[in-house]
Design a protein. Structure first.
Length: 93
């Protein structure tokens, strides 16, 4: 969008300000804070198996492998587009 943000302040008082206009475009709002952060999440698929007859297709290793392969394909696409003179999103990632 061509907007350059400048971040000012800290914590709840941090704001993203448009460098060109000085207008605040991003502001923190406590209403959207999570009430508590969960340190550990763990699911139990037994009920889904019992009630729905569901069975997983991937183990953790296969899931991570597929996710990494997908990311690599996206990176390859971005390199190809960038070499062709196209702009890409998320260049910093």
């Amino acid at each position: 969008m061509g907007i350059k943000l400048e971040w000012k302040g800290n914590g709840i008082n941090e704001k993203g300000v448009d460098r060109k206009t000085g207008k605040v475009l991003v502001a923190m709002d406590k209403r959207y804070y999570r009430p508590a952060e969960v340190d550990h999440l763990e699911g139990d698929p037994r009920k889904a198996r019992r009630v729905l007859g569901w069975k997983h297709k991937y183990d953790l290793k296969a899931l991570v492998s597929e996710m990494v392969a997908s990311d690599l394909e996206l990176f390859k696409r971005d390199v190809y587009l960038k070499k062709g003179g196209h702009s890409i999103l998320h260049e910093q990632e």
